[in-house]
Design a protein around this ligand. Sequence first.
Ligand SMILES: C[S@@+](CC[C@H](N)C(=O)[O-])C[C@H]1O[C@@H](n2cnc3c(N)ncnc32)[C@H](O)[C@@H]1O
Length: 282
Amino acid sequence: MAGGSKRMFGLLGKKRRRVKTNTMLRFLHEVLELEHLHYGLWEDEERNIAGLARAQQRYADELVSWIPEGVHSIVDVGAGVGTTSRLLTERGYSVEGLSPDPYQRDVFTRRTGLPFHLTRFQEFRPERPYDLILMSESAQYIWLDSYFPCVQRVAPGGHLLLADYFIVDGDCAGKGPAAKSGHRLEEFDRKAGDSGFELIRETDITEATLPTLELASKWIKNYVEPSLSILGDSLDGRYPRVARLVSKKVGAEFEKNREIVDPELFRKLKRYLIRLYRVPKH
Ligand SMILES: C[S@@+](CC[C@H](N)C(=O)[O-])C[C@H]1O[C@@H](n2cnc3c(N)ncnc32)[C@H](O)[C@@H]1O
């Protein structure tokens, strides 16, 4: 292949990887029928899937109640399947969704009929500024180096409302998957300050998110791991190579998630925060 074509295919390959379906999030919506893809805000609900759905609705209602007066246009960055965007339109806001996930784009568009941008936030070049950027558990996916400049490009002089977990115990975090999931709070704060972002309001909801992790850990232990083991055994006799591949690939994915959703580790390493910032104009 000529150098030029190689380069072009390389670029196309890279571009293609920028938008892709997240299988785990698709599983949560399609199989568990969850309408939100975040940890929720628990009170005394029963610790089951119906309780989780109620906790997630409370979380969305809480976020909407944080929106300051005067806000009209909102871009829901990492909009998932559109449930919060739909709620925002019902409250009278003008909303657009954004996510790099084609599956979410299809579901979002079907459910809300609202404009949608299929892109990573890093590459988003808006045609007009927005009053507020909502990031409901999506800030963690966006590289910290470009995070604040991108927010400023999209909502200069407006607001950033985010809800997400952050790593607070850098020393204990080590090098495991839990240590890679979430931004380090100290670094995030430093970059926010350097970029002139003003923190107007904050609350810590860590304890109210933990039941989701307890549920997820229980599901992985009680259903996912035994299912994988049965599948592995049934393949092993006839297709040992497939069995090894499944156990290596799928097993590793769930092993990673098992650590990320370990409630005790989460409580030790992380803080789940809701924050409202004023975005500088220049
Ligand atoms: C945990 S889900 C939260 C979904 C939704 N906000 C909710 O509350 O249900 C994370 C979202 O961030 C999106 N996301 C991942 N990487 C992103 C990026 N680089 N830029 C924008 N969104 C991203 C995912 O596609 C997904 O929509």
